[in-house]
Design a protein around this ligand. Sequence first.
Ligand code: AMP
Ligand code: MG
Length: 325
Amino acid sequence: MTKINTKEQIVKTFLALGTVNNIQIFNAKKEYAVEKAIDRVIELDDMLSAFKSDSEISRISRNSGIGFQKVHEDTYQLIRKAVLFSEISNGAFDITIRPLVKLWGINKKGDFVPFDFEIEETLELVNFNDIKFDSKTKSIALKKAGQSLDLGGIAKGFAADEVKRILKKEGIKSALINLGGNIVTIGKRPDGKPWQIGIQNPLAPTGEYLGVLTVTDKTIVTSGSNERFFIKDGVRYHHIIDPRTGKPSGSSLLSVTVICDCSADADALTTAIFILGMEKGLPLLKQCNAEAIFVNEDLTVCVTPGIMDKFEFKSMTQEVENEEQ
Ligand code: AMP
Ligand code: MG
């Protein structure tokens, strides 16, 4: 879908990466730049999806326990980055999580809860140390048969970084990129003011905000247990799996939003910190030069010092001018 209005705003909405995406550029008659960025997102989806049998990720998974699979440089580097985040998060972020994601099938199998023995069996397949790299041939292998990869916790962030790179290269000075909630802002709003991003109340319908964040040239990414879940016997089962237990993370957080320069980093960080909790997450944020907004179970909000003056707590129904998270 394309919309062009008199204020020289081009808006395109498209489906990719299993979600709805939106790119808006301002004060530039460069529809081709947006098209180029969309083509790139679709290309990345084809390469990185765990659901497309021909993707590089699926080929690595099919070859598990057999041998190395040559991949594109971007896939190689993204998987390296994912493993780096596994290392710094003590294994909370782990892209070998796919067999468990498949077992649970959150939002695909109704309110199915696997037996403990099934979870334990499947956990044997989850270990980022089993991802093997051959830097000479840019090839990747999974050690054990049955292992498989899932880049769902980092791919949208990487794709958002790529959209930003392409738009900036084409001379775009003002843009708002939203890939399924992974937001990247370029420059300032067309009126010269900074962007205002609403931080969703995880327990309320979409569009009800806990506060508003004011930013320029930043990425804003959120992970939360409200994105995909079901409730059974009073327990909320959601899509972020703790590799230590094999179960949806029993996080003390309802959501965590990370603000930094690199959307792939922010994406991996939100998933990891959601599992680890605020206390263990703080050193990770520092290491990555990132800030965060934590929403605790009781809906209290904690903000890191670097963005304290950029986050304004709002009443839950306050309207936000530009974009929501
Ligand atoms: P996000 O919404 O960015 O937190 O990513 C959640 C998605 O990442 C899930 O839908 C899974 O595809 C995948 N995932 C779930 N648990 C993990 C984990 N512990 N480490 C890495 N990826 C995960
Ligand atoms: Mg993530």
